[in-house]
Design a protein around this ligand. Structure first.
Ligand code: FMN
Length: 220
């Protein structure tokens, strides 16, 4: 699938357009409210007009038996400049197929470790939703921590693989969100995809830290 919505951030670009890969992981997309709305907000646009090309991979649809085609996933990643993880928050983390995808696709000597530079220089953007409200993700709320505290594994995964970790797009209180708020959220999401890499905050973003794994820390 190759498409992107919205305004034209690269009007006269003769170079290859930036490439966005959206990995969707929702075990029951047919019952989804939020994730479904975000996917539906991505209208098709021809790729050859300088806008980002967009590839959407719906992991639960592609791999209902959990047999992930690792080379195909790595090729999709290799094509992308921006990698988007679009999934609901499950147990303060990601749905199980997304985790299996990560375990298998971000392989030693490919994504990290000696010679593992395949993802270096790409950007990683988490787009997620939570049942817990904003207030629930506070020290005095029932989740006890700000939501950022649960994202350290994501963030360090980006760092270890040389990817730039972008500020996540999070919708809290998913079960209370009204249609107007959801439409606004979906429009923000779609606009961000359409305008990549022309995000204002990227101008001041720090380079990802260099994290290398020593040879002796990991057997072949
Ligand atoms: C198995 C499971 C685990 C969940 N874990 C969390 C959680 O840890 N924190 C939270 O705030 N919401 C949690 N939720 C709520 C989901 O995040 C919420 O239903 C989802 O973001 C809504 O998105 P959707 O409409 O695309 O399904 C969980 C839901 C399920 C089904």
């Amino acid at each position: 699938m190759t498409e992107a919505p919205g305004q034209d951030p690269h009007p006269s670009s003769a170079a290859a357009p930036p490439r966005v890969l959206v990995l969707v992981a929702h075990p029951q997309l047919e019952h989804s409210h939020i994730t479904r709305a975000l996917i539906d907000a991505l209208p098709p646009v021809a790729p050859e007009d300088g806008r980002p090309t967009l590839e959407v991979r719906d992991l639960y649809r592609m791999y209902p038996d959990y047999w992930i085609d690792v080379p195909a996933e790595q090729e999709a990643l290799a094509r992308a400049d921006l990698v988007v993880w679009l999934h609901p928050t499950y147990w303060y983390s990601m749905p199980p197929l997304m985790k299996l995808w990560l375990d298998e696709v971000f392989a030693f000597r490919w994504a990290y470790g000696p010679g593992g530079n395949a993802l270096r220089g790409k950007a990683l953007w988490l787009v997620t939703s939570t049942g817990g409200t904003h207030e629930a993700y506070r020290p005095d709320g029932h989740n006890r921590y700000f939501f950022d505290a649960f994202l350290h594994p994501h963030e360090q995964t980006a760092a270890l693989t040389g990817m730039r970790w972008l500020p996540p797009l999070v919708l809290h209180g998913a079960h209370r969100v009204g249609s107007a708020e959801l439409a606004e959220h979906a429009a923000v999401f779609a606009n961000r995809i359409a305008t990549w890499p022309g995000w204002p905050e990227l101008a001041d973003a720090e380079e990802p830290p260099v994290c290398s794994v020593a040879d002796q820390d990991r057997p072949d």
